[in-house]
Design a protein around this ligand. Structure first.
Ligand SMILES: Cc1cc2nc3c(=O)[nH]c(=O)nc-3n(C[C@H](O)[C@H](O)[C@H](O)COP(=O)(O)OP(=O)(O)OC[C@H]3O[C@@H](n4cnc5c(N)ncnc54)[C@H](O)[C@@H]3O)c2cc1C
Length: 353
């Protein structure tokens, strides 16, 4: 996958011509179409990687209805789209959810993310799909305050476990893999799941059994009911309840949580945009929402005849980019072909012919 420029979280707003919320297939193609219009874009996604549903829900499944591409997997489509936007080098802000969007007196929009990034945008493209993909959290009193320090949700690697007593919470392949990997670096590893049954491939399940037999992973079948902290607020132990109704205390330094990642519409519904059945109402000539300067494309929008298909989202992104180019420049924008336009060749960084 191409590696578009990344930018760190900032506290002062970054001025932007366009911000695309959502790096699913439609958000990625939106960046491409904006690039053709000469509009550089910032790209934000709650996931730590590009691709939205294609990457998160079906990376290895085949797609047969992308025009000109008889078959490709979800992952392959994302890789191709990432290559296609590479000439426009969007600034990407991954692993952060856009939590606020406020119109400003000068017509721009102030966006804030959960990582503290602030963007001051002249136009906004909401490509939020079925919602932000965010990890399922543990719901017990007081645990939120420990997120990011002693409680980590879906870390890409279990490196934080080095030298610590770690509890890995979850029952799927990610949890099993994390527990196995943590045994190389952690002081102790406990795998906590509500049942002593794990969903993972045969090789990982076999390795898990070997590590259990060797006493290097302890499995606890129970549910978390509370936490125990010291007076400074440091997490010392989890309180857990097993199937027999026995409550016990499980000491730890670090909790790694793998309870799955699922989409939540989240704050999009609070941005004052016309909405019907959790989808943003758009004008099909421009894919503008009810607020001038804000567009909605892909699965997040609704209009008569809407079909939640990737190719429909590509069309929407194309018309939205034309509309935004006219909105931002205040002038009509003529159609140009990528085949023949020297201006588009220049923007794409390809040789003139
Ligand atoms: C199993 C399956 C198979 C499918 N097969 C096909 C197929 O064969 N052909 C086809 O055309 N379609 C198919 N689809 C549908 C297709 O995947 C969707 O239409 C497409 O992914 C929509 O793209 P999108 O970019 O609009 O949204 P998404 O892919 O949902 O991406 C939206 C992104 O926005 C992010 N986001 C949302 N809110 C925020 C926020 N506030 N801040 C930051 N980020 C945010 C999310 O984390 C997500 O990554 C399939 C879907 C599924 C589930």
């Amino acid at each position: 996958m191409a590696d578009p420029a990344s930018s760190a979280a900032t506290s002062s707003p970054i001025a932007a011509d366009a911000v695309v919320i959502g790096a699913g297939p439609v958000g990625l193609f939106q960046v491409f179409q904006l690039g053709l219009q000469g509009i550089p874009a910032h790209l934000v996604d709650a996931l730590p990687y590009l691709g939205g549903q294609c990457a998160q829900l079906y990376p290895d499944k085949p797609i047969y209805d992308i025009p000109g591409t008889p078959v490709c997997t979800g992952r392959e489509l994302v890789d191709l789209l990432a290559r296609q936007i590479a000439p426009f080098a969007p600034a990407t802000h991954l692993g952060q959810q856009v939590s606020a969007l406020q119109p400003q007196a000068d017509g721009r929009f102030l966006l804030a993310t959960t990582a503290g990034t602030q963007l001051l945008a002249r136009s906004v493209f909401i490509a939020a799909g079925v919602g932000a993909f965010v990890p399922r959290t543990v719901k017990v009193d007081g645990i939120e305050a420990l997120a990011g320090s002693q409680v980590l949700y879906h870390p890409a690697t279990p490196q934080a476990a080095a030298g610590r007593n770690v509890i890995v919470h979850g029952g799927d392949e990610e949890a099993v893999r994390a527990a196995i990997e943590a045994t190389d670096i952690a002081r102790s590893v406990t795998l906590l799941h509500r049942r002593d049954v794990f969903q993972a491939d045969a090789a990982d399940l076999q390795r898990l059994q070997q590590l259990r037999d060797a006493g290097r992973i302890r499995v606890v079948a129970a549910q978390i009911t509370g936490i125990e902290t010291d007076p400074s607020g440091r997490l010392n132990a989890l309180r857990v309840l097993d199937a027999q109704g026995q409550e016990q205390s499980e000491p730890l330094d670090l909790l790694l949580v793998y309870l799955g990642i699922s989409p939540r519409l989240g704050p999009v519904a609070d941005w004052g945009l016309a909405i019907e059945r959790k989808q943003l109402v758009v004008d099909t000539a421009s894919f503008a929402t009810s607020v001038p300067g804000i567009y909605a494309v892909g699965d997040i929008n609704t209009y008569p005849g809407k079909r939640k298909l990737i190719l429909c989202g590509f069309h929407e992104a194309t018309l939205a980019a034309f509309a935004a180019a006219e909105y931002l420049s205040g002038a009509a924008v003529a159609l140009q072909y990528t085949t023949t336009s020297s201006k588009l060749h220049e923007r794409l960084g390809v040789e003139h012919t």
